[in-house]
Design a protein. Structure first.
Length: 357
């Protein structure tokens, strides 16, 4: 016979159960580490999921909890959540933009007080999905017109601040662009409501692939200085100062997770469906497609011996380009943005020569 528990009993039960589980794990001697994802915990974060499921974190005394991001956190970026919530230890950010916006604020007290310590994707899959008969490049998208003389229609989420910077770069007014506010799926692109969709080819592109809609991808790399990494690892500065051992332990275990993903994409897709990651409601085929498509991002030219590195030159160039375009008076230097100490502990003091070249 099925019945419903009174609400207050249910709350007490859940609280007790969670508390008991937490206490049990603490009694096992595991250090709880909370990682904030910049989006829903899909295949983009497979390197963390695999490290969780394969037990790499547990082997080094860590109980890593992956916290979902995305629409559920109302456009707040993982870098901002990390800075404002002391319960978050580490964040994985998709782009540098929001982090730079925080760092570039005039008042020191308003700065995010976080730093990048690494990145697991060496290129960024953010840009525009374009139909095959659409504009041939970014400049055409922003300055050109369709055959009937009208502007290309761009679909974008409300927080797409980089589009304003791109408009400035190409010398057009943002207000003159034909922009339609879209959600976080590719439906407006698939039905022809928009000519270009602002998004990630690792996620929205799957819907176009599944619907058999021919598309191309216009990368932000077309703009000099706009190249940037993704899956950027950010931590608070005080954590770097006071808890470097934990960060180094977490990072090295996460590298093992990334190595597992590269070697075993099918099993990594299964890991995403684990309840500690995306969960069983996620679609295996979609996550496998995402993982397999993104494998080159871990090592762009096939010669990279060090997973998780962050190229300081790339970060510095992007910061300088983006903040100059949007007219920020203050541009942080690389020492304010990136701290290589954890990578140096893992790969040695000469990791710049060994890993970056």
């Amino acid at each position: 016979m099925r019945f419903k528990l009174p609400l207050y009993i249910l709350i007490i039960y859940i609280t007790f159960t969670l508390g008991f589980a937490s206490s049990a794990q603490e009694n096992e001697g595991l250090r709880i580490v909370t990682v904030q994802a910049s989006w829903i915990p899909n295949g983009q974060f497979a390197f963390v999921c695999s490290a969780i499921v394969e037990g790499y974190y547990e082997d080094v005394g860590l109980d890593v909890r992956l916290r979902a991001g995305g629409p559920a956190i109302s456009f707040a970026r993982s870098s901002t959540i990390l800075a404002q919530n002391n319960d978050i230890d580490i964040s994985v950010e998709s782009v540098l933009t929001e982090y730079l916006e925080g760092r570039a604020r005039a008042g020191l007290t308003n700065q995010l007080r976080v730093k990048a310590i690494g990145a697991f994707w060496q290129d960024n899959p953010l840009g525009f999905l374009i139909r095959e008969d659409g504009p041939s490049n970014l400049e055409d998208l922003f300055t050109g017109t369709k055959a009937d003389g009208s502007n290309w229609v761009i679909g974008a989420s409300p927080d797409a601040v980089m589009i304003e910077a791109l408009a400035e770069h190409f010398g057009v007014s943002y207000s003159d662009l034909q922009i339609v506010t879209t959600g976080f799926n590719a439906t407006p692109f698939l039905v022809g409501q928009v000519d270009a969709l602002w998004g990630f080819w690792t996620t929205q592109a799957y819907e176009a692939f599944q619907a058999d809609v021919p598309y191309r991808f216009l990368s932000l790399n077309e703009v000099p200085g706009f190249g940037q990494p993704s899956n950027i690892i950010l931590v608070r500065e005080n954590t770097l100062e006071m808890d470097a051992d934990m960060l180094a332990t977490w990072f090295e275990a996460t590298i093992y997770g990334a190595e597992f993903v590269v070697a075993n994409p099918q099993m990594a897709a299964e890991h995403v469906l684990d309840e500690r990651c995306g969960g069983p409601d996620f679609d295996y085929e979609q996550e496998l497609w995402l993982i397999e498509q993104s494998l080159p991002l871990f090592d762009l030219d096939g010669t990279q011996p060090c997973l998780g590195i962050i190229e300081e030159t790339l970060v510095s160039q992007y910061a300088d380009t983006y903040l100059n375009i949007v007219g920020r008076d203050y541009i942080p230097n690389i020492e304010e943005l990136v701290d290589p100490a954890i990578l140096q502990r893992i790969y040695g003091e000469d990791f710049d020569e060994t890993c970056v070249g």
